[in-house]
Design a binder for this molecule. Structure first.
Ligand SMILES: [Zn+2]
Length: 147
């Protein structure tokens, strides 16, 4: 049964799966605001360009290139890295190297949570772009995996 965007019932700490898309827009807005703050000198670059070494390594090894140039340093194309968290996965999350591997993780019987992060391998800028659930006992939840 699919519940299509039921209004209300928001604000709770529940898992609002249907709120995925608006959440994605929200992340984007937050991200753009942060970039503007850096441009205006309200936020230090050092505060936003602090990607964890592990994340940077993932970005270099398995990051999927985007067409976007880094908004902070303008030196490098951004890459997308996805981390998958869930039971029986490493505490730091699994970082699938291919779309196929990601799709496989999203079909696990255990529920997983995927975090899609954009990273600049050059200046270590990083920001969460998308967060979506996958897996689960039903295993028939649609997993929207972008190419
Ligand atoms: Zn950069």
């Amino acid at each position: 049964m699919s519940v299509t965007s039921e209004p209300g019932a928001s604000g709770r700490a529940g898992r609002a799966v249907s709120a995925d898309i608006s959440a994605g827009v929200e992340y984007r807005l937050v991200r753009n605001r942060l970039v503007r703050d850096v441009e205006r000198g309200r936020t230090m670059k050092i505060d936003v360009c602090d990607a964890h070494p592990e994340l940077l390594r993932a970005a270099r090894n398995v990051g999927r290139p985007t067409k976007e140039t880094c908004p902070i340093c303008a030196e490098c194309r951004l890459v997308t890295v996805t981390f998958v968290f869930g039971a029986k996965l490493p505490a730091g999350g699994r970082c699938p190297g291919t779309a196929a591997e990601l799709a496989q993780l999203c079909r696990r019987p255990e529920p997983v949570l995927c975090y899609e992060v954009e990273v600049c391998p050059e200046c270590a800028w990083h920001h969460l772009m998308r967060k979506y659930p996958g897996g689960g006992p039903k295993g028939r939840r649609r997993s929207k995996v972008a190419p």
